[in-house]
Ligand binder design. Sequence first.
Ligand code: NAD
Length: 370
Amino acid sequence: MATRKLFLLPGDGIGPESMAEVRKIITYLNEEKGLGFETDEGLVGGSAYDAHGQAISEGDMEKALAADAVLFGAVGGPKWDSVPYEVRPEAGLLRLRKDLALFANLRPAICYPALADASSLRPEVVEGLDILIVRELTGGVYFGEPKEIIDLGNGQKRGIDTQVYETYEIERIAGVAFELARTRGNKVTSMEKRNVMKSGVLWNEVVTATHKAQYADVQLEHMLADAGGMQLVRWPKQFDVIVTDNLFGDMLSDVAAMLTGSLGMLPSASLGAPDATTGKRKALYEPVHGSAPDIAGQGIANPIAMIASFAMCLRYSFNLIEEADRLEAAIAAVLDDGIRTGDIWSEGSKKVGTVEMGDAILAKFKALSA
Ligand code: NAD
């Protein structure tokens, strides 16, 4: 039986509460489906700082590097607001992204039919929505040099950020988008600003060439990123996979996320390059939300973002497509039954806590897997 190594980093605030619900699903998959997940657990963020004075220890970094996939909860909270900058809770997540070389950030925006009414857009615009934003995560204007503020000596200053992309960075993120499109609706929309940015011209050229050389079977369209933002709120169902750079991806993925409602519902995955011998990609799966200190410890957090992140892990790290489909279907079925945590509750539905929501999803998952 293949061993599947998972490294769990629950983190702070509602991270551990949400991760506990995923652990139940892993236990079920091991005990009743024989899937052989081997789990280990570490500390990250404020909890790691309290234990080791670091946002993640070297030992836990080694475990993360050795794992097939890392499941990450959330980090941060007011308790650690004044710790030194280098060891602030977020430094743990940044270190993981950097050392695992996670250059592709995947953010699905799925609208569960039962929640279509909760969107700020009309239900018919979002009902059944299923798009995936692939954002380049390690290059572009957030990292390009020079990056500085210069004092011009005349009472003025100049702030500089530099947008830099090289061919290989665009090729590899485009490759991820095309490959994912093949497993979905077979369409990629590439977004940049080639009308005003040289990096946008190169982005467009390289995506086109990558498509022609390796992925001609996938439908490709190009869209200026500003027009893309407009189209995302006008008629989002026209998209399947959107691939874009770090800056535009940061904004467009937040726009897409909000099409579908609460932060407590949104999963994400970050992937690295395939290993030369095994072909496996380093990967980290995490909910989009933070540690929600305002509700932490009360047992009312919505665990769906964390559970849906585990569904992405089943799909992308372990190729357990049927299990991933069933887990996502279990979430949809529980929502259809009108079961809701407080963040997505509406009149006429049943309000439950974190554990009850996790139990309801596990029960549906078991029923669908029987
Ligand atoms: P947040 O996402 O933690 O919370 C924003 C609001 O959404 C809060 O009212 C919270 O109660 C609610 N919320 C979030 N997730 C929820 C869930 N699963 N169920 C129900 N309600 C939920 O963002 P914030 O308040 O800006 O930040 C809080 C802390 O989290 C800060 O320390 C911040 O730095 C950190 N943070 C961490 C990450 C991460 O770990 N990746 C991401 C964002 C923020």
